[in-house]
Write a protein that binds this ligand. Structure first.
Ligand code: PEP
Ligand code: MN
Length: 347
């Protein structure tokens, strides 16, 4: 970390910065220049409270030379993390893992029909919320534990792995009991107590980017999971809020190669929430795979017009089949392949 002093900063100002750095337990290296002095902070272990230094008299700006996160960074671990899922499936290797299913688990008939349809098209993991984070308290909130049981039934029938959201710390154990991957939703990306509980649950975690979160904030939230000893973390770009209401969110394809540069963790893409519009999901899913996403998560519903949540962005099963055909070709063009699903357990 470099503390750049103002042009007119006095020797006393510089000394105060030096004293503060030493008080914080680090070494200070003043570097007088022609125009201004800069003070280097040596030994930054990522815990320095920069605001204490920024507020001192004579300080112009703070330049961070290392990232605020540690264990999620590529500097910490150079080789890419391969997240190991049940049955030998992985995310983060050569395979592109496709997750599909409805926004919410609505009924046994709906989730089983969804699961069979996405499995037939080649998806490897089933999605579906049992606990739903809805903007309005009057909207459908999910089936709760009953929804988790239905997801488990769908897994038994199809061999699909299951990812579903844990809304709060109290719900993490139940989700971990039924699901293969615990999802932390966009609205909860900075729910730090939930992150800590999920980090201790002993299951891989899918961490979605917050609605207005920077990539640094996403990586810092992932750091909470790794700090609890869980490195089986999958990041997810799901669009961020912009000023243009033409689409639900701004789907940030760039986040995919940026995260790959900064972090060893895999990143998947959710173009359904990223765009909010069915006809935009397919082109953005293609773009995400082309950009190097380690997986794609899309909402598919057997009857989107009747969906209790996010029908407008849910693909019809035949559209999903077409999407699978297209992304297979794109994955192969960049030296990857779409991961095959596991065989059905009860088959
Ligand atoms: C979801 O995937 O079910 C969901 C609610 O998405 P997000 O948290 O990205 O809004
Ligand atoms: Mn949804």
């Amino acid at each position: 970390m470099l503390i750049v002093m103002k042009h007119g900063a006095t020797a006393d100002h510089v000394q105060r910065v030096v004293d503060t750095i030493e008080e914080l337990g680090y070494q200070a290296r003043p570097m007088p220049g022609k125009q201004r002095t800069a003070v280097g902070l040596v030994g930054n272990d990522g815990r320095v409270d920069a605001s204490r230094l920024a507020a001192l008299p004579g300080v112009k700006e703070i330049i961070h030379v290392t990232q605020p996160y540690k264990q999620v960074s590529r500097e910490w671990k150079e080789e890419s993390t391969v997240v190991r899922l049940c049955g030998g499936l992985t995310i983060g290797g050569d395979g592109v893992l496709v997750t599909a299913g409805p926004c919410s688990v609505e009924s046994e008939e709906q989730i089983l029909a969804s699961a069979h349809a996405v499995r037939a098209a080649g998806a490897a993991m089933l999605r579906g919320g049992a606990f739903k984070p809805r903007t309005s308290p009057y909207s459908f909130q999910g089936l709760g534990i009953e929804g988790l049981k239905l997801l488990a039934k769908a897994r038994d029938q199809t061999g699909l792995l299951v990812v579903t959201e844990a809304l709060d710390s109290e719900g993490v154990d139940a989700v971990a009991q039924y699901a293969d991957v615990i999802q932390i939703g966009a609205r909860n990306m900075q729910n730090f107590s939930l992150l800590k509980s999920a980090g201790r649950a002993g299951k891989p975690v899918l961490l979605k980017r917050g609605i207005a979160a920077t990539i640094t904030e996403l990586l810092l939230s992932a750091e909470y999971l790794l700090a609890e000893g869980n490195d089986q973390v999958i990041l997810c770009e799901r669009g961020i809020r912009g000023f243009d209401s033409t689409t639900r969110n701004v789907f940030d394809v760039t986040a995919i190669p940026v995260v790959h540069e900064l972090s060893h963790l895999p990143i998947i893409a959710d173009p359904s929430h990223g765009t909010g519009r069915r006809d935009k999901v397919i082109p953005m899913a293609r773009a995400a795979v082309a950009a190097g996403a380690d997986g794609v998560m899309v909402e598919v519903h057997p009857n989107p017009d009747r969906a209790l949540s996010d029908g407008a962005q849910s693909l019809y099963p035949e559209q999903f089949t077409q999407l699978m055909r297209e992304i297979r070709v794109i994955a192969e063009a960049i030296g990857r392949h779409v991961a095959d699903p596991l065989p059905a357990m009860s088959a």
